[in-house]
Design a protein around this ligand. Structure first.
Ligand code: ARG
Length: 482
């Protein structure tokens, strides 16, 4: 079997491509076959072409082709001379692509046909043998996976860096007290470091999700050909190894039509952007002069063309806004796939722009945030002043009574009465004289003032996950230690 292929293929090989054959590839109304008698209209050509956006996968298309060609040579389908020519041609094509001199043609529909056509132009018949045992269907699925794998690795690196910046700032502000909110009402004091580390947790889960998604991205469709596999004795494991895939896709029909991995990435990207958006919302609020907890560096803000006093947090606002487009891409991909019968359908070409944009948005946003978090200036006095309003230590007073033997529900009621009293007298719980406090419950002693302070309140929550400065320092150091 093996030998027969070699003989067959060697007999039809020639290293020089006739001009006629070359023209045939170049001048056809469409690139794919002689079967068609009329060209498509300009509009249909533009409508069906993907080269304007899929050319960004060129590097991966070339990588995939080189691995495929190496395998074809190893099983005797192409000669060593063909493989050399393919390598040489692809090297030149990559140089042209990177230099921006590659002549992308809409007539050649997509990145795959453009590159293949140029290869034939450069090296003749050897270039025409490259597509043996392969289809654009398994080729494009492979290219997207290679491209996405790279993007995932970049996103993970950026998320790691962002966590590092958050942890560094958290360490600096492990003792800085701010109000913690529920319902955007002052609830209990927390440390600013603790608040920042909440986002480090979210971005940590985002990393886990991407790592998990990467496992399914990193399986190779090549060898599936159009849909049914190929009659050539391909060595899929070899190609997978050359391309750094962990495994090969196990069903050819699934392999050419599966875009689950892209949907998973978009879902992970949507979650990243949702976290970014929540953080952005807080940055915007904190920067409002009414709150004034932080300042963002000028390079992330803009002024107003009419109001000279303004410094607007444009970057976090825009990041919050960009969350919408990534959510949109997720829904678009889910919808793209939901009605498709097996196997490949042209619908699948619509997978790319949204996926590319999701990855671009995540990459740009994270890159900017890494820098922006480093530039956050904290107004600890404003945070502290805000924490002193709104009876943030009321729960601590209730806990204090519980520790003196009062059932929690009764303690809760007692403190509610004390808060009401303070409201009427426009004062804080800590401002009440001991006798006033005792009038609410005689068990209250002098030591109550320790728990009514902000420092006492945060220091008391000294367990894993709590807001005590000691815990915040440990958690931040844990992140920084990697
Ligand atoms: N440009 C196409 C895509 O992005 C490549 C695969 C085309 N395959 C086909 N049978 N038309 O999906």
């Amino acid at each position: 079997m093996h030998g027969a292929f070699v003989i067959f293929y060697c007999s039809i090989m020639s290293n020089e491509m006739s001009n006629e054959a070359q023209n045939q590839f170049q001048n056809k109304a469409q690139a794919w076959s002689a079967r068609f008698t009329e060209p498509v209209s300009e509009l249909v050509k533009r409508y069906t072409a993907s080269v304007n956006f899929d050319q960004r996968m060129a590097k991966f298309d070339i990588q995939g082709s080189l691995a495929h060609a190496t395998m074809l040579e190893s099983i005797g389908i192409i000669t060593a001379a063909d493989l050399d020519a393919i390598k040489r041609g692809m090297e030149q094509i990559l140089t042209e692509v990177e230099a921006g001199t590659f002549n992308w043609s809409l007539d050649l529909e997509d990145v795959h046909l453009n590159i293949e056509s140029r290869l034939v132009e450069l090296i003749g018949d050897a270039g025409k043998r490259l597509h043996t045992g392969r289809s654009r269907n398994d080729q494009v699925a492979t290219d997207i996976r290679l491209w996405l794998r790279d993007e995932i690795d970049t996103a993970i690196t950026l998320l790691d860096a962002l966590r590092g910046k958050l942890a560094t700032l958290a360490l600096e502000h492990a003792d800085t007290i701010m109000p913690g909110f529920t319902h955007l009402q002052v609830a209990q004091p927390v440390t600013f470091g603790h608040h920042l580390l909440a986002y480090a947790e979210m971005f940590g889960r985002d990393i886990e999700r991407l790592q998990d998604c990467r496992k399914r991205v990193n399986r190779m469709p090549l060898g599936s050909a159009a849909l049914a596999g190929t009659s050539f004795p391909v060595d899929r494991a070899m190609v997978a190894k050359l391309l750094g895939f962990d495994d090969v896709c196990r069903n050819s029909l699934d392999a050419v039509s599966d875009r689950d991995f892209a949907i998973e990435f978009c879902a992970a990207a949507a979650l990243i952007m949702m976290h970014i958006s929540r953080f952005s919302e807080e940055l915007v609020l904190w920067m409002s002069p009414r709150i004034g907890f932080i300042e963002l560096a000028d390079r992330f803000c803009t002024g107003s063309s009419i109001m000279p006093q303004k410094k607007n947090p444009d970057v976090p606002e825009l990041a919050r806004g960009k969350t919408g487009r990534v959510n949109g891409h997720l829904i678009a991909l889910l919808t793209l796939m939901k009605g498709q019968p097996l196997a490949y359908n042209k619908d699948n070409q619509e997978d790319k722009e949204g996926l590319f944009d999701a990855a671009d948005t995540v990459r740009d946003t994270l890159t900017i945030f890494v820098d922006m978090v480093e530039g956050i200036k904290v107004n600890a006095d404003a945070m502290r002043a805000a924490a002193l309003q709104g009876y943030a230590t009321a729960t601590d007073l209730a806990d204090y009574l519980v520790k003196k033997g009062v059932p929690f529900r009764d303690a809760h009621e007692t403190v509610a009465s004390a808060v009401r009293h303070c409201d009427e007298h426009q004062c804080d719980l800590a401002d009440l004289a001991l006798d006033d406090l005792k009038s609410f419950n005689p068990l209250i002693e002098d030591d109550v003032y320790q728990v009514l302070t902000l420092e006492g309140s945060v220091a008391a929550r000294n367990h894993i996950g709590g807001t005590a400065p000691e815990q915040v320092r440990k958690a931040a150091q844990h992140i920084l230690a990697g």
